[in-house]
Ligand binder design. Structure first.
Ligand SMILES: [Zn+2]
Length: 87
């Protein structure tokens, strides 16, 4: 069981944050935005995922601009299961 989505890095807080498997059960590795009905909601490259997430991370962190958010994501996301070859 992961504490963060293994695709976008979002932290899980409530059950509704978790993705949904093909059989309707919760997927504890991926969030609801990344994973529904047993598959990823969109096929992105790591580069595209970071480009998508960086503005949201920057918006959520007052002390971070998009460039800094992007650097942080390049540190973090490549270690997640979807991107490190184990997913
Ligand atoms: Zn996610």
């Amino acid at each position: 069981m992961s504490t963060h989505c293994q695709s976008c890095g979002m932290e899980f807080e409530i059950e509704a944050d978790y993705g949904i498997n093909a059989d309707g059960s919760l997927n504890e590795d991926y969030c609801i935005y990344c994973y529904q009905n047993g598959k990823f909601t969109s096929e992105l490259t790591l580069e595209e995922m970071i480009a998508l997430c960086a503005p949201m991370v920057a918006a959520a962190n007052q002390n971070m601009d998009v460039a800094e958010a992007s650097l942080m994501l390049w540190d973090f996301l490549p270690n997640l299961k979807r991107w490190n070859g184990e997913g």
